[in-house]
Design a protein. Structure first.
Length: 312
């Protein structure tokens, strides 16, 4: 009885804070936790009926791990796994370096109004959908009217069929990913840099430290915990690919599948061709399990070196 009274007292005392947390908690409940019950579809030959989801689930036959064979039994399994992992590794490394560098540069600009203009201009691409970016890219790379081919013609060179040449697309995709995401990431790191105690820099200046020495010994160590946490979260999604980037930008061009086909696009094409919801669910469950293992492993490694920088 005393335990219940204490619990009610704590709820009443913290009701304002709990009310602030409520929207986020409801979002996670409806979009992250409740859908977990649907993972059982990955182990069934799911067939939808008009009687509803639960009735369809009961009527569907158990098939065990047969749906997971869809990802590994084809010749494309190696290609989509390689592309997904390598692209995400490059995105994590370059995204981290560029975002931290841009945040440091913005923090060092003396004219704060000008810094806000730069920050707004960098943040704007984050709000553009990949569909819009895909059309922008097409206007540059179109065979007939593309800006790049017109420039090549002006230089006296033959135009390129960009949507058939696999050589350039890894660089194009990496560039567009950085262009679209670096603004948002830099804002997160910039907020952490602004929160660093200014007395550290004042003491360093008195000791004769250069600007680079201040960045190296004060700024970067101060934001290292944030860098570690965001990197750990990114590692957990290393088996997930940005569907819009790899589907909309190459315009689903068949000749480019060797360098643009990832797990998400492969599953989407399979789902569109066969309508097998179970296989799509199996792929999502596989990605989640691998991501969970990677996060736990990475967090364990971080704890070995510095417990304060670990997630938990």
């Amino acid at each position: 009885m005393q335990f219940i009274k204490n619990a009610l007292s704590n709820l009443n005392r913290n009701r304002i804070f709990l009310l602030m947390v409520l929207p986020g908690a409801l979002w996670f409940l409806f979009f992250s936790y409740l859908p977990m019950f649907g993972t059982v579809i990955a182990f069934k030959d799911y067939r939808f009926s008009r009687e509803g989801f639960l009735a369809s689930l009961q009527q569907s036959e158990w098939v065990g791990f047969k749906n997971f064979e869809y990802l590994f039994s084809t010749n494309d399994a190696y290609v989509i796994t390689r592309n997904t992992i390598l692209y995400n590794l490059v995105f994590i490394v370059l995204g981290l370096v560029c975002a931290v560098a841009m945040a440091i540069i913005l923090s060092e600009i003396v004219n704060k109004r000008l810094a806000k203009v730069y920050q707004t201009g960098m943040f704007l691409p984050h709000f553009l959908s990949w569909v819009i970016v895909g059309y922008f890219t097409f206007s540059f790379l179109s065979v007939d009217k593309g800006v790049m081919n017109q420039f090549l013609a002006w230089m006296g060179k033959e135009p390129l069929s960009w949507y058939s040449e696999t050589t350039y697309w890894p660089y194009i995709l990496v560039f567009l990913n950085l262009w679209k995401g670096i603004g948002y990431s830099s804002v997160v790191y910039l907020a952490a840099i602004v929160g660093i105690d200014k007395t550290y820099y004042e003491a360093a200046m008195i000791d004769g430290a250069s600007k680079w020495q201040q960045i190296r010994h004060i700024t970067i160590p101060s934001i290292t915990p944030l860098i570690t946490i965001l990197t750990l979260l990114a590692v957990g999604r290393i088996f997930y690919a940005d569907f819009g980037l790899f589907y909309q930008i190459p315009r689903d061009s068949g000749p480019l599948y060797g360098v643009t086909n990832v797990i998400d696009t492969y599953v989407y094409r399979g789902l569109k061709a066969t309508g097998e919801i179970s296989m799509s669910t199996a792929a999502g469950l596989y990605q989640s399990i691998v991501g969970f293992i990677l996060v736990m492993t990475s967090n364990w490694i971080v704890r070995k070196f510095n417990k304060e920088n670990a997630l938990f």
